[in-house]
Design a protein around this ligand. Sequence first.
Ligand SMILES: Nc1ncnc2c1ncn2[C@@H]1O[C@H](COP(=O)(O)OP(=O)(O)OP(=O)(O)O)[C@@H](O)[C@H]1O
Length: 326
Amino acid sequence: MALVKDRRQLNLRLPLPEHSERRPRFPLPLPPSSLSTTATTNTTTTASTTTTITAADIEKVQVLGHGNGGTVYKVRHKRTSATYALKVVHGDSDPVNRRQILSEISILRRTDSPYVVKCHGVLEKWGGDIAILMEFMDKGTLESLVKSGVLFSEQMVAKIAYQVVQGLEHLHARKIIHRDLKPSNLLVNEQMQVKIADFGVSKIMCRTLDPCNSYVGTCAYMSPERFDPDTYGNDGTYNGYASDIWSLGLTLLELYMGHFPYLPEGQRPDWATLMCAICFGEPPSLPEYVSKEFRSFIGCCLQKDSSKRWTATQLLSHPFLQNIKG
Ligand SMILES: Nc1ncnc2c1ncn2[C@@H]1O[C@H](COP(=O)(O)OP(=O)(O)OP(=O)(O)O)[C@@H](O)[C@H]1O
């Protein structure tokens, strides 16, 4: 069932990465590749095949969206007619944005999961720009579906939850923390496959529980310990893995409720009020009529004390996700 609703857009970003992440300055070499990307400028090789794709092989079809410092295009491979998404960060863009796309490339190259958007390669110089060739997700983002009025049933939320938790388990096993999980960073295709995307502010942990005290990502989906590590974190630091799980809980709640759960529908967010609600208020909850499995699953994600929050691996065995086929 679809219901068109007038929705407000949350855009509460704290865009500056922690200081250490702003160095070194551009120009930077491309991160080492585990894909079979060629060294040739303007050339890339897909991960799954040995076909080499050059910039001349693809043509832009349309703009899909704009992110921080970059543009995502729908592109077509001229010979095969295969469709891809091409994320381009422009040559003259802010060094922070260039650093973020290099970090995103590095992370995408470490991942190989049906639940994480696939990187087919990197076009090192597309007219002076850096571009990532990705699989094309034809239904856009979960945010765009919510905004268009799609109402998600409990069953649909469970199917989405299963896929995102699988994606998070894959990332966390590789010590990758997403740090900006939200409906606009979850891509969907016609088969309702959901994949985690946008690793611009993600972090690869050197040690399992490295301190991770940076305010990056979107404030609205940040866990209490990211605002107040002393109260809700572990020895004044925060566990980034657990923080991704909090963002997952809020995201699923938003899908089901049709609006950002901390605010009544249509109310404009106010940063200070929101931060107080996250840190000092009770976590948002589901209406009474939902199943006990659904309520429990959200409760396991939205534990204010990060040490009580379930891990991605634990969530995969939660009753809410049983009987869901991947
Ligand atoms: N692989 C893809 N397939 C289809 N559409 C995509 C794909 N990747 C991105 N898009 C579209 O392009 C838009 C911009 O994506 P991008 O990752 O650059 O930034 P964002 O997540 O919207 O913003 P920010 O980078 O500021 O967090 C997305 O919102 C989505 O609509």
